[in-house]
Ligand binder design. Sequence first.
Ligand SMILES: *Cc1c(COP(=O)(O)O)cnc(C)c1O
Length: 404
Amino acid sequence: MRNKASLIYLDYNATTPVDPRVIEQMLPYFHEHPGNAASHHHAYGWVAEEAVDHSREALAMLLNADPREIVFTSGATEANNLALKGIFQNYQRKGKHFITLKTEHKAVLDACLWIEKMGGEVTYLSVDHTGKVDLKALEAAIRNDTVLVSIMWANNETGLIQPMEAIGKICAKKGVLLMSDATQAVGKIPVNPRAAGVHLLTCSAHKCYGPKGIGALYVSRVQPRVKVNAQIHGGGHEGGMRSGTLNVPAIVGFGKAAEIALEEQEQEFIRIQKLRDHLEKALLEIPHVSRNGPEQGRLPNVSNLSFKYISGEALMMACKHEFAVSSGSACTSANPDPSHVLLAMGLSHNMAEAAIRFSLGRFSTLDQIEDTIKFVKKAVASLRAESPAWQLFLDGVDLRPMGW
Ligand SMILES: *Cc1c(COP(=O)(O)O)cnc(C)c1O
């Protein structure tokens, strides 16, 4: 058994450790520089405001955006709510129809449910077996009263990257707004909303080595200039789109995280992908293990695998002292149902429940991956030895009618 300190962390898509360089940058803004960035009448305020401006520029640089297009929020959940609800309220003259995917994060899906409750209409598009949007179905779903299409840049469970530029072209042709939850993409791969024709984009610091509780919404200012209705009122901060005293230390951390990402994401992509491929190749050598999601066109750090004839939850528990991963989605781990993403990709309940998401990151090492491979192989063998389904399979029983 390993103590907590040597527990191997492979759940970077749930959250990332804060990079020590980020912590260092943040620390002075708790005590030494305590100013409120909205205090325009003294130096404490100016120092805080300057730090916020610097971070806004750093994040804008990472997104190829104008700093005035960045609205800081408490995270991607709030940013998704602000974008969807804010657009719904502000574009009712155009219509009340929204389009999204069945495989979106709950922060998008639950905001869409709210839109439906408020009298809007939402189309939830199906995906193919890799999780990719069907572009023809998307185009066909756009109506005269469609206001916005919301499609995530990269999926948190499988890492699948959607064809954002092709989606952007369709939305531009049809004259509808395009939003993208890019929380898993930002800091891992280049994200350029303007080039992709994306008008609203959300991200979160704690998925890219910044602190928790800070995120951002990108809102396009040109072609077209997009306006969202505020959901939190009180003072008109952030261009009137999101009131509340700015969390200066967290914003400073987000800015530093963005700077590091811009500097290092290209070489990190290669290093992490190599580790991920090594892990995945070794685990796919175990009989009856399959990858969920495509081999190409996904984030470099994710491997989502189904271990047939056992449950992912049991595998995760068997290895809980060795490594930390997710089965299904951590964001909905209070919910015992199998992953809505894997079900939408056409997996059976059993195969979705047999899934484990390994997500690697900046502090993952080859040693950790080698250890993980050993632990998984051992645990799968012992769980299958106890699995009635595995025994039936060995006896030659056809288990397909039972969803295997
Ligand atoms: C983590 C995550 C969110 C939620 O972000 P928070 O900042 O934790 O609110 C939203 N969307 C995706 C795709 C995520 O991975």
